[in-house]
Design a protein around this ligand. Structure first.
Ligand code: GDP
Length: 500
């Protein structure tokens, strides 16, 4: 049995090879230093350059974060200038030395985790401070603070608070044609570099207009450097877009000598489940997985745009897991008592615990029935567990999101992961685990492709589903998947691109 692992191979792994700051109170966030005891040790080294970049960022955040004089000054300047957006008196030139990247939420938790990570990497590259705007309960009680001695939560709008964020209604910023979006400013022929703040619209529909896409262009980045506040909204993992900017190429190369582990490292750096969520995770783990010899995670997601019947999808899961030797087949006609539970030599068989995470309960039920009725071939003992089956997505609710996060984290404790194509929920699980998953292929005409029920992913990196299709140098349409060797179209979603 395994986990929590009795000994960690290298005691410094508690800090994930230097990724985590030791400067936190352990009890306020139990998961921060103990997640490594539950996960397979990472095979992916963290570069010392990334470690020092993160330390530098932490002191920047401490100096500029909410509650500091620098933050109060930046907010005051914004309040004074916000009503004169893009007026000729440059707001940026005067005053505060701190600038900010404000993240705003959209879509499910997986999408949010990936867009927070992307916004953070942008902040890291451009010396901005990342702040999260929460529109209610969505973030509350989910994550611990990632940066020591400060907060990453944007102070709520409150006129009596000196840190009151003066841009009202940022939860309504969702449209590319919004007056203060980068695209709109460019369409009006104004200079974005003098704006006190700008809305950076990177929701999947931003590719409609070249002007929003110019966010990814070097010359635009040079201008945006003087804008103190950038407010982002994206449902995408836009990290590969940052890797397409020549100005960040060298720095990113030093931070990530291997480019296929960006989310693996930044995700483990940023996202520490709160004590409430960690309680759910460890209770479930200790009850059902701690004693297993091997843990298999299966994430089953259904999308309305990729319909398939329950039976067909279940068949696909069996087909994939047996073909790839992830799970044993059923023992066939032989009664379970004769075959299951021990090998031919009478040795106790391997204990495999299967974690199914899904909004739907049918797949784990069918899998459990299968092994219950027939036993597993080869003398293995397979047990199947599913923590919740909530039926439908309710991303505005705190408890719902806490359960979703707990399941992403449990998924990341697996020894082998099977995920559903195109699901950001799955990307987060595989990324935190640091494993290349087997990805269940999207159905074609309501059927799983019979010859390829699943494919081993080429990379542990998430897919950027809506990449730019603008080539900044050519100033024309261009394929982001053909620009550099380490960015390719995604296997699970060919329109997207990913780091390999
Ligand atoms: P995606 O839609 O698969 O890319 O993943 P997201 O996480 O962005 O959105 C799906 C949302 O639906 C999640 O955040 C959860 O709220 C819910 N959800 C989907 N699958 C599961 C699951 O397996 N378990 C739980 N608890 N919630 C899920």
């Amino acid at each position: 049995g395994r986990g929590p692992l009795a000994t960690v191979p290298d005691p410094s792994d508690r800090l994930l090879g230097g990724l985590l700051s030791p400067d936190f109170d352990e009890s306020s966030c139990l998961s921060r230093y103990s997640a490594a005891l539950y996960r397979r040790p990472s095979l992916h080294a963290v570069s010392s350059y990334l470690v020092s970049a993160l330390h530098r960022y932490e002191s920047l955040h401490r100096r500029c974060g909410p509650g500091t004089p620098a933050y109060a000054r930046a907010v005051e300047l914004l309040r004074a200038n916000a009503s004169f957006a893009t007026s000729s008196s440059s707001a940026a030139a005067s005053g505060s030395s701190c600038s900010y990247a404000v993240w705003t939420p959209i879509e499910g938790l997986g999408n949010r985790i990936l867009s927070i990570t992307s916004t953070f990497l942008y902040a890291l590259l451009t010396d901005r401070v990342l702040l999260l705007h929460s529109s209610g309960d969505d973030l509350h009680g989910l994550f611990c603070e990632p940066f020591p001695g400060s907060t990453w939560i944007l102070p709520a709008a409150d006129k009596d608070n000196k840190d009151d964020f003066p841009i009202r209604g940022i939860e309504k910023l969702t449209d590319w044609w919004h007056h203060d979006s980068l695209g709109s400013v460019l369409r009006r022929g104004e200079d974005p570099g003098v704006a006190p703040w700008l809305y950076v619209h990177l929701r999947h529909d931003y590719t409609k207009d070249n002007r929003d896409q110019q966010f990814f262009c070097d010359d635009m980045q040079a201008k945006l450097g003087t804008v103190p506040w950038l407010v982002f909204r994206s449902d995408n993992y836009f990290v590969p877009g940052l890797f397409l900017m020549p100005r960040h190429e060298a720095e990113l190369g030093r931070m990530f000598p291997r480019r296929d582990v960006v989310f693996h490292h930044l995700g483990r750096y940023l996202f520490h489940p709160s004590n409430t969520v960690w309680g759910m995770v460890t209770r479930y783990h200790d009850s059902y997985f701690a004693k297993a010899d091997e843990r298999v995670g299966i994430q089953v997601r259904r999308f309305y745009w990729a319909p398939i019947s329950t039976d067909d999808l279940f068949g696909q899961i069996l087909n994939c897991t047996q073909r790839e030797d992830i799970l044993p087949g059923a023992a066939g006609g032989v009664p379970a008592t004769a075959k299951g539970g021990s090998t031919a030599g009478g040795q106790p068989g391997k204990q495999k615990a299967v974690l199914v995470v899904s909004l739907h309960g049918e797949y784990s039920e069918k899998l459990r029935d299968l092994y219950h009725e027939h036993g597993a071939a080869g003398g293995e003992a397979v047990s199947v567990y599913q923590p919740t089956h909530l039926g439908s997505q309710r991303s505005g609710e705190q408890q719902h999101n806490q359960k979703a996060l707990a399941e992403m984290v449990l998924l990341s404790f697996s020894d082998a992961v099977v995920t559903s194509a195109v699901s950001t929920f799955g990307y987060v699980g595989q990324g935190l685990a640091g494993l290349r998953p087997w990805v269940l292929t999207s159905p074609v005409d309501k059927k799983a492709p019979a010859d390829t029920p699943c494919r081993r992913a080429a990379t542990i990196e998430p897919c950027f589903h809506a990449p730019l299709d603008y080539d900044c140098r050519a100033k024309a349409k261009g394929d982001a998947g053909r620009r550099v060797r380490h960015i390719r179209h995604c296997d699970d979603f060919p329109r997207g691109v990913q780091l390999v």
